[in-house]
Design a protein around this ligand. Structure first.
Ligand SMILES: Nc1nc2c(ncn2[C@@H]2O[C@@H]3COP(=O)(O)O[C@H]4[C@@H](O)[C@H](n5cnc6c(=O)[nH]c(N)nc65)O[C@@H]4COP(=O)(O)O[C@H]3[C@H]2O)c(=O)[nH]1
Length: 813
């Protein structure tokens, strides 16, 4: 039983996978479209908020460093302004005190209203210490002199440390009197800016109102005088609020998020905290990465789940589909194996039941197609298939000989007709068993129908082997068979055709085996090997049919006569006309070689006319010579069925002045049985004309004797096959005796043909046979040899005539 191999249900699974992945993708894209931009803005906003917080706190811290410097420089300038207006405080003391209190202040100078340095206190080495500096062109100082505290841009001390100059106006009540200029070291600021880190790569820097960098993590940018002019940071933003948030703008180092805090409301410095946008958005990117990872994971899980469930759930369907495919392709014993209690178990149960029914039906059909119903033997179809396959092998390779036998039962029809079909069937079954017993396993016995069997002997590579099997088959058929208290005698005729000698294809081999079988039957030889001369369809034979009109015209047809004698007194009673054909190509042809062919068509009518005409002509001649003998002529089925036959016969008899009683027509049983009604009509007409009717070859055809009662027959001619062997074969002797008795009981006369010995003639005499014919008496001879033969025969048998005459007179007295 075939079970369907389980495979992954790819089609359904892949469809589900595609659908799920598509749905997931769609959801993701939709989700991304709806939330990404919002989330991004939110994130940036919150980040810049945080940066602003950082900016504010950093500003406060740095402010604690600067504010005292600014405040103290204010105080000093006020104190100095007071001194200038008569205060007792010395400027040098004030300046030194300022310097001492604020270590970040490197130098402080007192400048008069003309821009000239009045006093200077410094921590630095004192280069140009005594130099009186004038700040006429110094914008920072000039601006302070104009009343505004001013901070200069970044400069460097002689120790190359960053510093700025802070100029504070010095005013009295009367007006402007000068300024205090302090140099404030920015190293601490720079260190602070460099030390602050925001996230991974965020940073802090300070910029003044002119967008000039004051402190930057990368000092070189400050040193190179870099400003924010290339930045997209709107300068106006710095003035808008104490602090501010910026989403994205392009800073010196690229796209950043930033927070800004006003550093000093007076001097308008700004502290900026920046972080690259990428870093600011990193959480979102991380989220997205995680999401994508989750999506991939979900997809993999989904695919795995779908494949798994498809396998589990779709497997039965797949199995069913595959099973149906196999059934469609003619597969047998196909079943599906679905676990019980699943949705498909009842469907699969139904399928399996259907497949079982189909198997059974197809087995039955197959069996019926290849077997004979009655005997169970292989039939004709199977025989041909086997033959074809054996021939295929043989033709392709070895060409090893093998034999085909056709076997036909003799007298089966009679048994069937007289005992009924049931008995016939039993007989056929029994004979089939017997025949099967004769054969080996690899030899095929087939019933072709009726009483015909075929045997393929694959291993019979010689005629001898084939003959042995054929003879053995006949023997088992001949073995006694009892039915309804009767002991039936059955025989068979077997025809043998050998591969490749008699054919290399099945139909030729069959035809030739059939011809051989037909020959065996006709010749009464039991077993016959095919021979070309048996083939009535051979080219030679077919050419004979077309040659008949010429033969008649050219006088190629000859009649020989074989005398028939009265057994009791050995006197010649009649002469049987037996035709021969002196063929220009094939020589003298006996009737067996052309009559069966001529009988196939209507040429037999012409031939019989010629024979009757010729026989009557010869008969007339003998009568004219004083030889009074009857003539006998063989007629065929078609003659008896010919409506013109009687008329034509009548005309011929008239033409030659032959009395109808001098003519005997010999017909076989098969002629009578072919169309009984028509045959009866013709024979009755012949009888009323006075023509004698003789049943030829009696005993070889139908054993139904019913027709003898209905048809006006004058004589039975016992077939020569019984007569020739009756001296040796008791069975034949019994048949001859029985036939004589039967004929006499029916009021008929009997002729025994095939008398080949004196003993046979004497035995026939004892049995009371009326007439005899055979080689012992005379072979068939040409018409001109008849008269001399009669003379010789009469002379030789004179004694017998006299003895017979004497015996007769004694019996009558
Ligand atoms: N072994 C043996 N044979 C003997 C003996 N005595 C006679 N025969 C042969 O047996 C055949 C007897 O003729 P048949 O049974 O009518 O059988 C005839 C007959 O059926 C048919 N036939 C002959 N002439 C005609 C004809 O003119 N018309 C038709 N329709 N058939 C014919 O041809 C058959 C064969 O004729 P033939 O070859 O002449 O063969 C003849 C004859 O030569 C004998 O003692 N021993």
């Amino acid at each position: 039983m075939k079970r369907i191999p389980v495979k992954t249900p790819r089609r359904v699974a892949s469809k589900i996978i595609l659908l799920v992945v598509a749905l997931e993708l769609f959801s993701i894209v939709l989700w991304g479209a709806l939330t990404y931009n919002g989330s991004r803005d939110e994130l940036l906003k919150s980040r810049s908020e945080q940066l602003r917080e950082i900016a504010l706190s950093t500003t406060n811290e740095i402010g604690r460093f600067f504010l005292p410097v600014f405040i103290e420089s204010e105080v000093i300038s006020e104190l100095l302004a007071g001194g200038a207006t008569g205060s007792a405080v010395q400027p040098v003391i004030l300046l030194n005190a300022f310097l001492n209190r604020r270590p970040e202040v490197e130098e402080v100078s007192l400048i008069d209203s003309e821009g000239k340095e009045v006093k200077r206190v410094s921590r630095m080495s004192g280069l140009g210490k005594d130099e009186v500096r004038v700040f006429n062109d110094d914008a920072v100082v000039q601006r302070a002199l104009s009343g505004k505290r001013t901070i200069g841009s970044v400069m460097f001390t002689e120790y190359l440390e960053p510093a700025i100059r802070v100029a504070t106006p010095m005013r009295s009540e009367n007006g402007r009197i000068g300024a205090v200029l302090a140099i404030v070291n920015l190293k601490w600021l720079w260190d602070t800016v460099q030390s602050i880190s925001v996230g991974k790569s965020g940073y802090v820097y300070v910029v003044d109102e002119a967008l000039q960098l004051v402190a930057y993590p990368d000092p070189s940018l400050v040193l190179s005088g870099r400003d924010l002019s290339t930045s997209t940071v709107p300068a106006a933003l710095f003035s808008q609020a104490e602090s501010s948030m910026l989403s994205i703008y392009t800073s010196i180092s690229g796209d950043v998020v930033a927070g800004v805090s006003h550093f000093d409301p007076v001097h308008r410095w700004w502290l900026v905290v920046e972080q690259p946008v990428d870093e600011a958005l990193a959480p979102l990117d991380r989220l997205i990465s995680r999401f994508i990872l989750a999506f991939i994971l979900a997809t993999v899980l989904t695919v795995a789940a779908v494949v798994y469930f498809s396998r589990v759930m779709m497997r039965p369907l797949e199995e069913l589909e595959r099973a149906i495919d196999q059934l469609k392709q003619g597969g047998r014993e196909v079943r599906v194996d679905v676990p019980e209690n699943t949705e498909l178990s009842s469907l699969s149960t139904s399928f399996n039941e259907m497949a079982t029914n189909l198997d059974e039906t197809s087995y039955k059909l197959h069996y019926q197609a290849y077997h004979d119903e009655l005997t169970g033997l292989p039939n004709r179809v199977r025989l041909f298939e086997t033959l074809e396959s054996v021939l295929d092998k043989c033709n392709q390779s070895t060409r090893k000989p093998f034999a085909l036998l056709l076997l036909d039962l003799d007298r089966f029809k009679e048994i069937n007709d007289s005992l009924g079909h049931k008995c016939g069937d039993i007989l056929l079954k029994e004979l089939s068993k017997r025949l099967q017993g004769v054969l080996n396993e690899d030899e095929l016995l087939a019933r072709l129908g009726g009483d015909e069997f075929a045997i393929v002997l694959k291993n019979a590579d010689s005629v001898d082997k084939a003959r042995k099997v054929a003879e053995r088959a006949r023997q088992v058929i001949q073995e006694h068979f009892e039915m309804e208290g009767l002991r039936l005698l059955i025989d068979a005729s077997v025809g043998i055709a050998m591969y490749p000698e008699h054919g290399t294809d099945s139909s030729t081999l069959m035809r030739h085996a059939d011809i051989a079988m037909y020959h065996a039957k006709k010749a009464g030889v039991g077993v016959a090997l095919y021979d070309d001369s048996y083939d009535i369809h051979s080219q030679k034979r077919l050419s004979l049919i077309s040659g008949l009109p010429r033969a008649i015209k050219e006088n190629e047809l000859i009649l020989h006569y074989q005398p028939k004698i009265r057994v009791s007194d050995r006197t010649v009673s009649s002469l049987e006309a037996l035709i021969r054909w002196q063929h220009p190509e094939h020589g003298l042809l006996p009737p067996d070689q052309f009559i069966p062919i001529i009988e196939l068509g209507d040429s037999i009518i012409e031939l019989t006319n010629w024979v009757i005409n010729r026989a009557c002509l010869d008969c007339r001649k003998w009568q004219d010579q004083g030889i009074s003998v009857d003539v006998a002529v063989n007629v065929s089925t078609l003659n008896i069925q010919d409506e013109q036959f009687i008329k034509r016969l009548d005309r011929i008899l008239g033409e030659h002045h032959i009395h109808p009683g001098q003519l005997q027509l010999e017909i076989t049983e098969s002629v009578i049985m072919s169309d009984t009604k028509r045959a009866q009509k013709t024979i009755r007409a012949l009888d009323s004309m006075g023509v004698g009717i003789s049943i030829d070859d009696f005993g070889t055809g139908y054993s139904s004797l019913a027709y003898l009662k209905r048809i006006p027959v004058d004589e039975l001619k016992i077939d020569k096959s019984f007569v020739m062997d009756m001296e040796q074969d008791d069975n034949d002797a019994v048949i001859v005796r029985s036939t004589i008795d039967l004929a006499h009981n029916l009021g008929l006369e009997v002729t025994a043909e095939g008398v080949e010995t004196a003993g046979a003639l004497d035995l026939l005499d004892v049995l009371g046979c009326n007439y005899a014919q055979g080689y012992y008496i005379c072979r068939p001879v040409p018409a001109d040899k008849i008269a001399p033969w009669i003379d010789t025969w009469s002379e030789e048998n004179n004694d017998h005539v006299n003895i017979h005459t004497r015996a007769n007179s004694e019996r009558s007295s």
